[in-house]
Structures are given as C-alpha cells and as structure tokens.
Ligand binder design. Structure first.
Ligand SMILES: C[S@@+](CC[C@H](N)C(=O)[O-])C[C@H]1O[C@@H](n2cnc3c(N)ncnc32)[C@H](O)[C@@H]1O
Length: 241
C-alpha cells in the first residue's frame, strides 16, 4: 500500500469505518510493533501480560483474541493454555495477520470482523481485545459478539487507552501533541496514521463509560483497573454461568 493510499483513507475518530481502519493498519503493519514499543516506552508488553493474566485461563483452555493485530497478546494467551489448549486470533487486516502467523505459528489466525466473529456460540473460556474497541464504530454490537462466543462463566478482558489521571493529563497532552507525531514521522515517514491514533484516544470515553457498556451487554462482575497513571485501562467481566 502506498503512503498516499494510507493518508487518503484515514479513519475518523469516534466513527471509524472498517475499510478505512483496515487500509490504515495495512499500511503501517510492518512498523506497528516497533512503534508500539517506542511510543509506550516498552510499557505495552506489561499491559498485555496483565491482560493475559486476567483472562484466568487454565492449561487446555480455549481463548479468542479479537483485533489481534500482530498476535502479541495471542502469544501470551497460548503460553497459558499450552499445547493441549487452543487460541484463535481474529483481525480484519490481512497484512497484520500475516505477520502474526509468522511470529506465532502455534496460534490459529482468521481474517474476520469483530462485528461478526468467525466463531461458534459459547466456544471460548476467555475473549480478549487489546487496543481494538476504539477502532470499532459499533462497540455494542462488538460486545454482543464477545458475549455470544463466550461460554457461560467465561471471561472478557478489554485493554484500551483511557483518560489519564488529572496529574498526568497535561503531560500526556503535550506528549500526544509533540512527541507522537515526531516519532511517527521518524519511523513511518508520515504522520497521518498517528494523527488518527491521538484523536481516537481522546475521542474514546473514560473507564466508567466502558464499564457501563459491558454491563449493558449483559456481563457481570464488571470491573476495571488503571495502569501507568491511567494511560490505559483493563476491563474485565464475566458471562453469567
Ligand atoms: C491498535 S491495533 C491492536 C493490535 C493488537 N491487539 C495489539 O495489542 O497490539 C488494532 C487492530 O484492530 C484491528 N481491527 C480494527 N477494526 C476491526 C474490526 N472491526 N474487526 C477486527 N479487527 C479490527 C486492526 O486491523 C488492528 O490490527
């Protein structure tokens, strides 16, 4: 994909359309992991480790990672379920999935939309989604799909950017304004994709609202924890047994 195609197809924060989202991630797939590591100062690995832990999977368990990208969280889930278990990673962007398939051959990856998951009802013990929900226009439908494929008693874990604590807000605003575009230009040779990143983060609601979405979708024991001074939040819930 050309730089022009990525720039021309940038999604709109708050109402991201799937084709534009796919075009953007397709264009940055090769640099995605590096950018994540640099922009989060390596924290992204700790966030995903915690997400995998909160999925509370056992050996032999079955897990689904929605919006799996290059498969970083899917890999951590697989380590927990082991060879007797199974992990499926789903994403709409083929370029991301081909990197995932090469990096994590133990996991099965399928191209698919979070709004219509390519999975059976009640198939999984846990469903995770890291930095995906923000990119999906219809979050209610996405959460209903998670519900559908979870077995009763199964757990949902959602990792997403959040509104940082008051102390951190001015610093984070300046970081988004000054640092992210410069790093993006350095690593990608363009800034458009990361304009979307910063605008979609600020358009995304705080953790109380996301917790409400989970409750509305029917999950119980809904809770969340902030990490790294509230830059991200980890949401958990359970499909009633
Ligand atoms: C910010 S990346 C997150 C990737 C990975 N989960 C991680 O932790 O790094 C968002 C991913 O969501 C995928 N995505 C966006 N909308 C989607 C949808 N409707 N269905 C499935 N995947 C989607 C994108 O293709 C992209 O790979």
């Amino acid at each position: 994909m050309t730089v022009e195609a990525v720039e021309g197809a940038l999604p709109t924060a708050g109402r991201p359309e799937a084709p534009a989202v796919r075009a953007m991630f397709g264009g940055i797939a090769g640099r995605y992991d590096l950018l994540n590591a640099v922009l989060s100062l390596g924290e992204d690995r700790r966030w995903r480790r915690r997400a995998a832990q909160l999925a509370r999977l056992r050996r032999g368990g079955r897990a689904l990672d929605v919006c799996t990208g290059t498969g970083a969280l899917a890999r951590l889930l697989w380590r927990r379920v082991g060879p007797s278990g199974s992990v499926l990673g789903v994403d709409i962007t083929e370029e991301m999935l081909s990197l995932a398939a090469r990096a994590v051959p133990e996991v099965e990856f399928r191209v698919g939309d979070a709004l219509e998951l390519p999975a059976r009802e009640r198939e999984f013990d846990a469903v995770t989604m890291a930095f995906g929900l923000r990119n999906i226009a219809d979050h209610q439908r996405a959460l209903r799909e998670v519900w559908r494929v979870l077995r009763p008693g199964g757990r949902v874990v959602i990792l997403e950017f959040s509104s940082p604590r008051a102390l951190m807000r001015p610093l984070y605003r300046e970081y988004s304004r000054l640092v992210i575009p410069r790093v993006a230009r350095l690593l990608l040779g363009r800034t458009g994709a990361y304009r979307y990143l910063t605008s979609s983060i600020s358009a995304f609601p705080g953790p109380e609202v996301v917790a409400g979405w989970l409750r509305d979708a029917g999950f119980e024991r809904v809770s969340y924890q902030r990490m790294t001074l509230g830059i991200v939040a980890l949401h958990t819930g359970r499909r009633p047994a």
